[in-house]
Design a protein around this ligand. Structure first.
Ligand code: ATP
Ligand code: MG
Length: 253
């Protein structure tokens, strides 16, 4: 049996800060296997980001359960969740959220040092190897404004991987990029996933989603369908894209 790394059951999220309250997630079940690449699609406002936030401990669900590597997140206090987020999860967003006063390398290094403060040398070696592997070692000393959008996003993938997480969450990681940079970043995310981390990626882009092992579709806060694509390869990419587009068409995407 394949191990499940993330499991959400009957997840609900209602925002009560608005009048009337909005029920954004209405009973979502989601499982991610160890090392699996799952894409999450759905119309704007369907609850994709909210789902990502609640399964990754960034926000508390209103109801339901979330288990990460067998640990129930809803039973943990904020400090314990922060610790899990730092050591077991990685995050990639549409914007990199890097500190402008630090170099690219120091931005990548910072959370890794916080995750394992007693193993500083190891963290530095790991980060330098990642910067090398993802082709940004030559700009590692640059400031945040001195690199391209694609380089910055590859750096945030390095940052997400630096502490050796079991799962990486990405919310529209290519949303702010042109098509050449999108390919560059998707290659890096595919590589990240091949290194063993599970990957949950929210995207509006069917070409990006077609890289995933499985695509799940959200409508009005519910998972309404999913499509298993299996392992990605460049050779089979156009037929996968076509199959995914046909499926999305059937869902009125
Ligand atoms: N903090 C909040 N308070 C109140 N309503 C919220 C809050 N965050 C999100 N919502 C509402 O929840 C719904 C889903 O939002 P969410 O950001 O999860 O959608 P999404 O699928 O990620 O959309 P997009 O594709 O545009 O990013 C939207 O109607 C949004 O207005
Ligand atoms: Mg969103």
């Amino acid at each position: 049996m394949t191990e499940t790394v993330l499991e959400a059951r009957d997840l609900t999220k209602t925002f009560t800060t608005t009048d009337p309250p909005v029920q954004v997630l209405r009973g979502v079940d989601l499982s991610v296997r160890r090392g699996e690449f799952l894409a999450v699609m759905g119309a704007s406002g369907s609850g994709k980001s909210t789902l990502l936030h609640t399964v990754s401990g960034m926000a508390r669900p209103t109801g339901g359960t979330v288990r990460l590597e067998g640990r129930e997140l809803t039973g943990l206090d904020d400090a314990e969740i922060s610790r899990l987020r730092l050591t077991r999860m990685g995050f990639v967003f549409q914007e990199a959220h890097f500190l402008r006063t630090l170099s690219i390398r120091d931005n990548v290094l910072l959370p890794a040092l916080r995750a394992t403060p007693d193993r500083r040398g190891e963290a530095i070696c790991r980060v330098d190897a990642l910067l090398e592997r993802f082709g940004i070692a030559q700009v590692a000393g640059h400031g945040v404004t001195q690199v391209s959008g694609g380089q910055l996003q590859r750096a945030s993938i390095c940052r997400a991987l630096a502490a050796g997480p079991s799962i990486v969450f990405a919310d529209e990681p290519t949303g702010a990029l042109n098509s050449a940079m999108t390919t560059e970043v998707m290659d890096a995310l595919t590589e990240a996933h091949h290194r063993g981390a599970a990957l949950v990626m929210v995207t509006h882009d069917p070409v990006c989603a077609s890289r995933a092992d499985r695509v799940t579709y959200l409508r009005d806060g519910l998972v309404v369908d999913e499509r298993v694509l299996g392992a990605w390869s460049q050779a089979g990419s156009s037929s996968r894209e076509a199959a995914l587009l046909a499926w999305l068409g059937s869902l009125d995407f």
